[in-house]
Design a protein around this ligand. Structure first.
Ligand code: ATP
Ligand code: MG
Length: 397
């Protein structure tokens, strides 16, 4: 009888791509994923118990809705379900399914039961689905069964750990566990693109450190604070871990470009090359194996294919550009979803941008200007003027 059964809720966590790995790699990655889930829950003040039997992770604790919402932001997780955990018998599953349907399924409604068994004894999956489906149908008048286009789905699973019943799969970001793919140094600006690029690298398992080039009087009044705000918001995606930001005072670089009157049209390419030079130099000491930018093909004059090729030459460290093929609209949609989009944009203008930036700077012209600027000396100057900002769990420390 349903009333006599002790009903327990458990959060079931599915991870996707890790299944493709060999066993030792898979267990290594699952270990990192479990650590990240634990950190995320601890950060939010939840004490919970976590188990990882074959192919799934189960988390139990108080407030399963909150636990599920927290885990639905952990990279490497594909989706999350809040399940009723019962004894693995057809009748216990049936009673739990009827109870869940009574509270969530409102007639008239087309519904389906999807049953699955990890343990292949007793009823087969189809029989189990029918057993549960007919009980739900009888218990709630006004329903119809539709296995192809249901409006409501009930899932029942027989697993080693017991019987599970649920009716929602809360989508999570997917990707790979944060910290499983090494580290990148990400050039973070006050814009929309670079925070999304950082997030995509985190989603793909990379630990990230940020580098912001502070243009001083050459940057709009709100650039620095907005970049720091981007950094703060991104720290919400690696709960329990410190997110480091290096702020390099790059004002001398822009001063020198003006002082020496290098061709104005080259400024954007020179600027981006200088950023990569600084990032490429700092990457090693930061333990980063690549530099990351929010650059995108054709978005602005400095991002033509010809210019991107000349820009990439500035460092021997690999440069990753996760947004290279994105349309602006796609990036904005993602920025809103991950919480880095800011409705109110302050003064983010760059005062060094020329009226007519070169769309195809040549290596020769760039080399000439850099020799004139004394680029190595400038690099030394800027590297000696860095400060550090750490963010953790959405707070600047
Ligand atoms: P975004 O492209 O992030 O929206 P943006 O439009 O200000 O910012 P772009 O001129 O498009 O910047 O620069 C391309 C990339 O160069 C950025 O995505 C970012 O990775 C990097 N970048 C630009 N400005 C800075 C800066 N001040 N500090 C660090 N990186 C920067
Ligand atoms: Mg941009």
């Amino acid at each position: 009888m349903a009333e006599q059964q002790e009903e327990r809720k458990v959060v079931m966590v599915r991870y996707g791509e890790l299944f493709l790995k060999s066993d030792p790699v898979k267990y290594h990655f699952i270990g990192i994923l479990l650590r990240n889930i634990r950190w995320a829950l601890e950060t939010a003040g939840h004490s919970s118990s976590i188990r990882s039997p074959r192919g799934r992770i189960f988390v139990s604790g108080e407030k399963p809705e909150e636990i599920a919402a927290i885990i639905a932001r952990v990279f490497g997780v594909v989706d999350v379900s809040i399940c009723t955990l019962v004894e693995a018998s057809p009748d216990a599953l049936r009673d739990a399914a009827v109870a869940l349907a009574r509270s969530h399924l409102h007639p008239p409604c087309r519904f389906a039961v999807r049953a699955k068994r990890q343990t292949k004894t007793g009823m087969n999956s189809q029989q189990l689905g029918e057993h549960i489906g007919s009980a739900v149908y009888d218990a709630i008048p006004g329903l119809s069964v539709d296995l192809t286009h249901p409006e409501y789905e009930l899932f029942a699973e027989v697993r080693d750990c017991g019987g599970l019943v649920y009716d929602k799969r809360i989508p999570a970001p997917g990707g790979l566990p944060w910290g499983s793919q090494g580290k990148v140094l990400s050039l973070l600006s006050s814009g929309i693109d670079s925070p999304v690029a950082s997030w995509l690298a985190m989603k793909r398992g990379c630990e990230v450190a940020h580098l912001h080039m502070d243009g001083g009087r050459w940057a709009g009044a709100d650039v620095r604070e907005t970049a720091i705000e981007n950094h703060r918001r991104l720290s919400l995606w690696c709960p329990g871990a410190d997110l480091k930001m290096i702020v390099a005072d790059a004002e001398p670089f822009y001063d020198r470009m003006q002082e020496l009157r290098v061709p104005a049209r080259l400024r954007c390419v020179l600027c981006k090359r200088f950023m990569l030079r600084v990032a490429g130099t700092l990457a090693g000491p930061e333990g980063a194996q690549a530099v990351l930018t929010g650059e995108n093909l054709g978005q602005v004059a400095s991002q033509t294919l010809a210019n991107l090729a000349v820009i990439a030459d500035a460092t021997t460290v690999p440069v990753l550009r996760p947004l290279i093929t994105y349309d602006k609209g796609e990036t904005v949609t993602l920025a809103r979803k991950i919480g880095t989009f800011m409705e109110k944009q302050g003064d983010l203008a760059c005062r060094a941008v020329p009226r007519m930036p070169a769309t195809a700077a040549t290596r020769e012209a760039v080399a000439e200007s850099e020799a004139e600027l004394g680029i190595d000396e400038l690099l030394g100057t800027v590297l000696s003027r860095v400060t550090y900002i750490t963010a953790r769990n959405g707070k600047i420390l």
